[in-house]
Design a protein around this ligand. Structure first.
Ligand code: SF4
Ligand code: SF4
Length: 249
């Protein structure tokens, strides 16, 4: 017992100081918000669009709602017109705001005052895994570890939709999950929120256009927050939720 206490004291405080302090160091392979430099594009080249597995690139714009962050477009572009920065903040309130043109981007705004009063200090979410590959769910689980400690912001995942203030949906919503998702949504008391996390939940991701799946949950539910990624990094998810709740500038 004494040894365990000493070990805990030596470990110290492991939770990231972010957002009041610096963010944790991101791995070298991390791909953040992209930037497009249209001035470098050669007319009609479209080498980037040709290799994109989800059709995220067209007309000099990159749709983060479809992007898998595979960076095949970066490799394909002979002029280096596409670049992925190290910026983790990417969540947006409106689907159209996920389209990157140049370096401009509109990050998620906070809920209106009454919703902030209701959800701002305590937000309980029911997670619905609607047919994805499980990587999105794995990185959501990370938010519950001591490194991130999501609960310190009053945000928590709960088992029952009746105890929830909203849904956090991952996966493209397969045909088999459609009814379960709609029933879960119906069981959440109003007022309630929907968060779509990951390319699948936003647009269908790699399953887009398949008859066995819907192209994301936006076809069935009113989405309040879109969190891009495949999967979204925990910092991107936390940043988006805190922006929604008006807890970040
Ligand atoms: S990084 Fe995104 S935009 Fe680029 S090829 Fe991959 S999916 Fe398409
Ligand atoms: S967005 Fe990517 S990581 Fe998340 S479920 Fe879909 S394929 Fe998997």
């Amino acid at each position: 017992m004494f040894k365990a206490l000493i070990a805990r004291l030596k470990q110290g405080h492991r939770t990231t100081p972010w957002p009041d302090g610096p963010a944790p160091e991101l791995p070298e392979r991390f791909a953040g918000r992209p930037r497009l430099d249209a001035s470098r594009c050669r007319d009609g080249c479209a080498a980037c669009a040709a290799v994109c597995p989800t059709g995220a690139l067209s007309g000099g714009a990159l749709d983060l709602g479809r992007c898998l962050f595979c960076r095949a477009c970066v490799e394909a572009c002979p002029e280096r017109a596409v670049e992925f920065t190290r910026e983790p903040a990417m969540a947006a309130r409106r689907r159209e705001d996920l389209v990157v043109r140049g370096g401009a981007y509109r990050l998620a705004e906070a809920l209106e005052a009454e919703s902030r009063r209701v959800f701002g200090r305590s937000l309980k979410l029911r997670q619905v895994s609607a047919g994805g590959c499980n990587a999105c769910e794995s990185d959501l689980n990370v938010l519950g570890t001591i490194g991130w400690d999501l609960g310190r912001f009053g945000v928590q995942f709960v088992a029952s939709p009746r105890h929830a203030d909203g849904l956090l949906v991952t996966g493209p919503v397969t045909a088999n999950m459609r009814e379960a998702l709609l029933k879960t949504w119906a069981a959440v008391p109003s007022p309630k929120l929907v968060i779509a996390a990951g390319a699948c939940a936003i647009s269908g991701g790699p399953y887009r256009g398949r008859p066995e799946a819907h192209d994301g949950c936006g076809q069935l539910l009113p989405v309040d927050l879109f969190i891009p990624g495949c999967p979204p990094h925990p910092l991107t998810t936390l940043d988006g939720i805190l922006r929604l709740l008006g807890r970040l500038g």
